[in-house]
Design a protein around this ligand. Structure first.
Ligand code: M6R
Length: 613
């Protein structure tokens, strides 16, 4: 969603801020803005739409000399929440004096009360945003020490924030703070970069400090001093990012989504490497931070997540029940805390999130912690809020996922969930022989996926036949049911075709009424238990004129026969098969969207990490 970049140093701040914002574009936004400090004045340029609009406007508004000489500034990409995406609502926002500028991610929940109090003191507001209220509040608290003013203001804020604050009265520092919305500070040589996401920092330095909740940092070009909101010093270690800037570039692919689809064999190898014990038929997941004995005592697995991560959890549900012989359930993270879940210390709660920043998943983690459950995370972004909040967890090691449509995160999530189920299962009733067999199948996942990617051209040809459709139905059963849901989500979010996923048996309970001559039904009918019933459901669709695209197992002539066309995936364990099956659907969606001329990596209205509830 929103993105923050701040720079203080000796270099050209405007260029650094713009290239930082460009690296944050993938998060999704609808307006952008930048404030530069020049000659003890704050100068602001804002624009709606893309960062390139902002860049052009800044070059028109500001002289080349100014553009060159300013060495301190803050910038923002905004995903509209309070008020539409207009220039007035874009950040940075100024306080009443015009001498303090603020960029903010998150939501000030009590902004109405704060605003009316400030209006009572004579403040005037030009935007509809909660952020402008926070800028005024900081200004109102400023009695000559910006750091103290930010502390005092944040004490009055209910809600979440990641902020960077600039004052023309104190030009040698930027103040940054966080609560529930990430802030990373890149520590360079005579310069510092503040960002909401490490991708904006990568090109400058590998050395970063992550702020914890309620940390506030005084950032100068030579130092970073961090305190808590009570002004007590705290120590945060400098960490190495360990990421190459090229990981956030397209590397010759037309889109990040295509690149990330193709990266899957490597990402999966990284997710699996060193985590399988082929001799014991088990897995080694140190991040789970528990012994086999403690695992054996768990009575239930509860997985929470949103979107694609929720679908991965649904595959995990089958895996835990089937392999680990333990009750497993999936809960939509947004609903979790409102239903007052019954949890205890024998419940194993797994929070699944690519970004590690999804607000609803984070809230679910907090609720599970509160109730004394055994909580861990399955997250891709190292150092993200959910990873830190859970303390224990397993990273995906999938590498940065830039495209809004999640691809490699899903396949890595499912792979790790399979390994977790295997570890739990081996402490229960899963035999060594069964474990060894499954471990070998898991080890082969990168190769299985590479074989499906090898069918890219065939799938692109098939996709041509679906570009004019406005509706599509996806069906599957067993672990292929969440695959159908994920296939439908991929198609709708990037091609804007209305696509719905259903359990194959569910169509005839209502949705079948929508089938007409030629309606596409994408049937995930791999040769796994329940396939025969799915083939029966396909016949029901055919009888009503539907056009069937099957995802089937290689060599399954019986399934091939009932399809109008099909994409085949290699034969493997039924749970493992969910991974190559979903890859076929990712590639299909990608080509349909490409042929329809859609903006694949940043679909309309969507954000990469959804940091509001
Ligand atoms: O970062 P997370 O995995 O927590 O994100 C959850 C969803 O927002 C995400 O999977 C979303 O549904 C993607 N756009 C799907 O492609």
């Amino acid at each position: 969603m929103c993105g923050i970049v701040g720079y203080i140093g000796k270099a050209n701040a405007a260029s650094i801020l713009i290239s930082g914002l460009k690296r944050l574009e993938y998060r999704g936004y609808d307006s952008a803005g930048m404030a530069l400090l020049d000659d003890e004045r704050i100068l602001i340029t804002k624009s709606t739409g893309k960062v390139s609009n902002l860049s052009e406007k800044a070059r028109t508004n500001w002289s080349p000399e100014l553009f060159q000489r300013a060495t301190t500034g803050i910038a923002h990409t905004r995903w509209a929440t309070h008020g539409p995406p207009t220039e007035a609502n874009a950040h940075p926002h100024l306080d009443q004096s015009g001498e303090i500028a603020l960029v903010h991610n998150g939501i000030v929940e009590n902004y109405r009360a704060l605003r009316s109090r400030l209006e009572g003191k004579g403040h005037h507001f030009y935007s509809e945003t909660d952020t402008e209220v926070l800028a005024h509040l900081i200004g109102d608290c400023d009695k000559g020490d910006l750091f103290q003013a930010v502390c005092d203001a944040l004490h009055q804020v209910e809600g979440t924030f990641g902020i960077a604050v600039l004052s023309s009265r104190e030009p040698d520092r930027i103040i940054a703070a966080r609560r529930g919305s990430p802030i990373v500070i890149g520590v360079g040589d005579g310069e510092a970069i503040i960002a909401s996401d490490a991708s904006a920092i990568l090109a400058h330095t590998q050395r970063v400090m992550y702020l914890d909740d309620n940390d506030i940092a005084n950032v100068t070009m030579d130092s970073v001093e961090i305190r808590d909101l009570n002004n007590v010093p705290v120590t945060r270690e400098i960490a190495e990012l360990g990421l190459d800037a090229s990981a956030t570039e397209k590397g010759g692919f037309a889109h990040f989504m295509l690149k990330e689809i193709h990266e899957q064999p490597e990402a999966l190898t990284n997710a699996i490497r060193g985590r399988l014990d082929l001799q014991l038929g088990s897995s080694v997941l140190a991040g789970m931070g528990t012994s086999q004995r403690e695992l054996a005592e768990l009575s239930r697995v509860v997985m929470v997540g949103c979107g694609t991560s929720l679908h991965a959890a649904m595959v995990g549900e089958y895996a835990f029940e089937d392999i680990a012989d333990i009750n497993a359930e999936v809960q939509q993270a947004a609903e979790f805390r409102y239903r007052n879940p019954i949890l205890g210390n024998r419940d194993f709660v797994i929070a699944i999130s690519q970004s590690g920043e999804t607000a609803d998943t984070l809230a679910a983690v907090k609720e599970a912690n509160q109730k004394g459950a055994f909580v861990m995370s399955l997250v891709n972004v190292v150092g993200s809020t959910i990873a830190r909040e859970t303390g224990r967890g397993v990273y995906l090691h999938a590498g940065p996922e830039i495209s809004v449509a999640s691809t490699k995160a899903f396949t890595c999530q499912v792979s790790v969930l399979l390994m977790m189920a295997l570890k739990l299962g081996r402490g229960r009733r899963y035999s060594r022989e069964e474990g060894m067999k499954l471990a070998r199948e898991i080890e082969s996942i990168p190769e299985l996926v590479a074989r499906v990617i090898g069918k890219n051209d065939l799938i692109a040809d098939i996709a041509e036949g679906y570009t004019k459709d406005e509706h599509a139905f996806y069906i599957g059963r067993g672990p292929m049911y969440p695959v159908a849901l994920e296939g439908a989500l991929k198609l709708k979010e990037i091609s804007y075709i209305h696509a719905e996923g259903y359990h194959a048996a569910e169509l005839k309970h209502g949705p079948i009424a929508l089938l007409q001559e030629g309606t596409p039904v994408i049937a995930v009918a791999c040769d796994v238990p329940g396939k025969d019933k799915t083939l029966g459901n396909i016949e029901e669709c055919r009888a009503r004129g539907a056009r069937i695209l099957g995802i089937i197992t290689e060599g399954d002539d019986e399934a091939a026969e009932v399809m109008d066309e099909f994409i085949s995936i290699p034969r493997t364990h039924p749970l493992v098969a969910t991974i190559p099956a979903v890859v076929a659907l990712q590639i299909f969606s990608y080509h349909v969207a490409r042929l329809r001329g859609c903006e694949i990596d940043q679909p309309r209205n969507l954000a990469k990490s959804v940091t509001v509830e």
